[in-house]
Design a protein around this ligand. Structure first.
Ligand code: ADP
Ligand code: MG
Ligand code: MG
Length: 883
């Protein structure tokens, strides 16, 4: 790239990084032969130069001059000309779409002289003054920083003085009055007017668009969506076309398919006699696209044809901004449209069906994150009774919370841990902080393409928009519907963005249809077919197995229904929570007699539990992990016990048993239990525990065999750091195996080890010599690699780290690729070099995290084991990782 400015009609593949999304798509549409008003793009490189040096790069002004001259030549009009004035828009457009987050100024080029010329050439006085008042307002707001409310008040005053209902009822004189008073407002608030020199207007607008990259709402948007801060925006300068030239003109937004459901059909909105801003801002309620068909049939058909061309070109859902000027159609923007999770699956599967994309491509277009959302429960309409209000189903999902009527309250209440529902007349870009804080959004105005709807869908936030007759009174903090109070700030409401209904009170949710289908119910719907189709393809494609972590027969059964190929982790300590804890306590610190009894009981309990799990798994592998918890978790609380003993003393009846128990708990007290006597260390100190657990597993397997049920048993040793530790435990296990074999015949099993200490990872080679399989416990591995306690860090400094950007995500949620991930990769390679083909699994939290699965699969692990609910997500992500 040599120049900082590129014409929309320049040849070659448009470079998105330089031209931004909007500029690149405008250039592409010109190449596709679509009717795009001419113009040029100032590159992101120019913007970055301005940020770095505080001034425009040398040559930029000349480049703009040159392209402006070309534009004047092409349109036959000149900027500032008293006969044939050229009007342009100055539009932001970053490489990653940030809808509505930065500034745009329309109608640049008007001043007291050119407004008269525009009136003359169009023969329409009112129209010319309508453009001028728009320029004063947009320039005032975006370049001069005059608050939008001030203009709002001014418009309201002028409308009232003219006895009209809205601006449409105000004539040319009224609009001229509005221009004058708007300009006075600029002088009052910003100390200056709209410049009369159109070149100066243009330059100031360009600089303002650059600067809007650093605006608060743009920053917030980037941090929410992980867009880097240094990229900068491109600026598009484009000849104006006018949707505000009367009844044969208008502006609209259209989708090639329904962005909420993926259905085919007409989705979009059209506003006659309006410029584009009016549609997006939701200040006037637009009519559905289908109305355009009645208003202007040829234009409607031309638009449908263009939408077809765009869909075939992008091979995806597109959204389009268009304007009709006096019956002539112009396309002002297109992009691959944002969509709800349900629409993502539907559209991907439909495009495969239509032969537009391959199944592999379809898989890449959906994500585990979206599937997670489709599995969330929905509001139970049956139990909720009649809705309090109903509008458009703008973004699916269900949530409940307290009504809040402004951003600051939403943010403050959310910070106190309250669930809030943001209720606004409409949302604008300034409402983003409130939307981020809220569980759901409700608006009175605006359609499915309004700001609220678009942003909510992108965030996966339930939203109901366009509730007709909903009035929000910010003084009384009351919300009324058709004049009757429905709820007040602070009331709890439940919002169903899938149906567009809002209910008073907190309501029950029901399982989503996708979840019901996964559970084995016979659900027939286009969405379920789409999910089924893509999951089946993921299963065919993926090279990584998917298992589940489960401790109950119920969970194993669900996991199997959800597609798990086995149980990768049975946390046996989970079987000794609550009342059962004392079995382990007695084994650990009881008298000799108590220990014998407790071991026998523990054996019996485990034998039964294991048999249930093995049976539920139906012959699929089940990995039983030996007891793993910090020692103290099995003991009574030291302080409580000390108090009991002291009380007994004081009362004059000291209790020897209690004293002995207290002494034992004291003896075993550890300062750092997480790095203390746990996992394999306990197994070595108390081999009888290993023998009891292992023989329970073997007996359970033998019981099943006797009943003719298949089973595939694995035993796994936790927290191992050296091959010698594993060897010691292997001997106890072998002893139990021999013992059971003598009575019941041999039970085949495999013995493996967890890799969850950094030492285990770097000695995976020698470990693999002694183990039949390895499984990464990425939770402990993260904790020990970083040297930070998960339980404590998440409550103390991690939140601050995330806020300040020291960390981009919690390493306990998404795998730390550079550190922990590197250890995993190294261990996989060394284990395989030492013992080719050794199965290596991952059974930590990360195995079910959509953002980690692709990375882990890429390291060549054999299987992922995650919570049952995450199994479908892991299947899908593993499939995506393989295409
Ligand atoms: P955003 O990125 O916030 O959507 P845009 O740059 O797309 O901002 O502009 C805002 C509105 O102004 C859109 O509705 C667009 O269609 C309209 N618009 C932009 N440029 C022109 C133009 N040259 N002629 C007519 N309308 C325009
Ligand atoms: Mg736009
Ligand atoms: Mg662990």
């Amino acid at each position: 790239m040599t120049s900082f400015v590129h014409s929309f009609s320049a040849p070659g593949t448009p470079d998105r990084d330089q031209l931004g999304g909007k500029g690149a798509e405008l250039a592409r549409m010109v190449q596709l032969g679509l009717p795009v008003p001419p113009g040029f793009t100032i590159t992101t490189a120019a913007c970055r130069h301005v940020f770095e040096h505080g001034t425009r790069p040398a040559g930029l002004t000349g480049d703009i001059e040159h392209h402006l001259a070309l534009l004047e030549e092409e349109t036959g009009r000149r900027l500032g000309d008293g006969e044939q004035p050229l009007l342009v828009s100055v539009r932001s457009g970053a490489a990653s779409s940030m809808p509505g987050m930065m500034d745009t100024v329309l109608d640049i080029g008007l001043n007291d002289e050119t407004v008269a010329a525009l009136a003359r050439v169009t023969g329409d006085d009112r129209f010319a003054w309508d453009c001028y008042r728009r320029l004063v307002q947009m320039f005032g707001e975006t370049v001069l920083g005059v608050p939008a409310e001030r203009f709002g008040e001014l418009v309201a005053a002028v409308v009232a003085e003219h006895g009209a209902e809205d601006l449409a009822g105000v004539g040319a004189d009224g609009l001229r009055d509005l221009v004058e008073r708007g300009d006075a407002l600029c002088r009052e608030v910003a100390g200056r007017s709209l410049p009369q020199d159109p070149r100066e207007q243009l330059d100031l607008a360009i600089d303002a668009v650059f600067a809007s990259w650093h605006g608060e709402r743009a920053r917030l948007y980037r941090s929410r969506f992980g867009i880097p801060d240094h990229l900068g925006t491109a600026v598009n300068v484009q000849a104006m076309v006018f949707g505000n030239r009367g009844a044969a003109s208008g502006s609209g937004v259209a989708f090639t398919r329904d962005p909420a459901t993926g259905d085919l059909g007409d989705y979009g909105e059209y506003l006659p006699d309006a410029q584009g801003e009016d549609v997006v801002s939701g200040t006037r309620t637009a009519v559905p696209m289908a109305r355009l068909r009645e208003l202007d049939r040829p234009t409607y058909h031309q638009l449908r044809a263009i939408m077809g061309t765009l869909e075939r070109h992008y091979r995806d859902l597109c959204d389009i901004e268009f304007t009709v000027e006096d019956g002539r159609l112009w396309i002002l923007q297109t992009r691959v449209g944002k969509r709800s999770p349900a629409a993502a699956f539907r559209i991907a599967a439909d495009l495969v069906e239509e032969g537009m994309i391959t199944e592999d491509e379809a898989l890449v277009r959906v994500s585990g994150e979206q599937l997670t959302q489709l599995m969330f429960p929905q509001l139970d309409a049956g139990s909720a009774g009649p809705p309090a209000a109903a509008g458009l189903a703008a973004s699916p999902g269900a949530a409940a919370g307290r009504v809040v009527l402004d951003n600051a309250t939403a943010v403050a209440m959310a910070a106190r841990g309250e669930d809030v529902v943001l209720v606004r007349p409409e949302t604008r870009a300034d409402d983003l902080p409130g939307m981020v804080a809220a569980r759901a959004v409700v608006t009175a105005r605006g359609g499915r393409t309004s700001h609220a709807a678009v942003v909510a869908r992108g965030m996966g936030l339930p939203a109901v928009c366009g509730i007709e007759g909903l009035e929000i009174d910010l003084t009384t903090r009351q919300v009324t519907l058709a004049g009757r109070p429905v709820f007040a700030e602070g009331d709890v409401v439940s919002v169903d963005g899938g149906t567009g209904r809002v209910y008073c009170g907190h309501h029950r949710t029901v399982p989503a249809e996708v979840t019901r289908w996964l559970e084995g119910e016979n659900v027939e719907s286009p969405l379920v077919s789409a999910v089924a189709r893509l999951l089946a393809h993921a299963d065919r494609t993926r090279r990584v197995g998917v298992r589940a972590n489960a401790e109950t027969g119920h969970d194993v059964e669900r996991a199997v229904r959800f597609g798990a190929e086995g149980v990768g982790l049975v946390r046996t300590e989970h079987m000794f929570l609550g009342d059962r804890r004392t079995y382990v306590e007695r084994v650990l610190i009881g008298s000799d007699a108590e220990r014998e009894d407790a071991l026998r009981e523990l054996h019996a309990l485990q034998r039964e539990s294991f048999a249930v799990l093995l049976a539920a798994a139906g012959g699929r592998p089940v990995t039983i992990r030996l007891l793993d918890a910090p020692f103290h978790e099995f003991l009574p609380d030291l302080t409580e016990l000390a108090v009991c003993a002291a009380t007994a003393q004081v009362r004059g009846n000291p209790n020897q048993a209690l004293e002995d128990r207290l002494a034992a708990v004291r003896r075993h007290h550890e300062e750092n239990p997480m790095t203390g006597l746990r996992g394999v260390r306990l197994s070595i100190l108390r081999p009888e525990l290993v023998v009891a657990q292992a023989s329970a597993a073997f007996e359970a397997a033998a019981d099943l065999r006797d009943r003719g049920c298949p089973c595939d048993l694995e035993l796994m040793v936790p927290l191992v750091s050296s091959a010698q530790e594993l060897a010691v435990v292997a001997r106890s296990v072998a002893q139990a195996a021999d013992d059971v074999a003598a009575r019941r015949g041999r039970v085949p099993y495999r013995l493996g080890t967890m890799v969850e200490t950094p030492r285990a990872a770097v000695t995976a080679g020698p470990l693999a010599q002694r183990a039949d399989f390895l499984s990464f416990g990425t939770n402990d591995l993260t904790q020990l690699t970083w040297g930070l306690s998960r339980d404590d860090a998440e409550r103390s400094f991690l939140p601050r780290y995330l806020d300040d950007g020291v960390l981009r995500s919690s390493p306990f949620t998404t795998i730390d690729e550079e550190g922990v991930g590197r250890l995993v990769g190294l261990a996989v390679d060394e284990a395989r070099a030492s013992r080719p083909g050794i199965p290596v699994g991952v059974c930590g939290e990360h195995a079910g995290d959509p953002a980690s699965i692709g990375f882990l699969a890429g390291l060549g692990v054999s299987y992922l084991s995650c919570s049952p609910f995450r199994v479908p997500v892991a299947r899908l992500e593993a499939g995506r990782a393989a295409v």
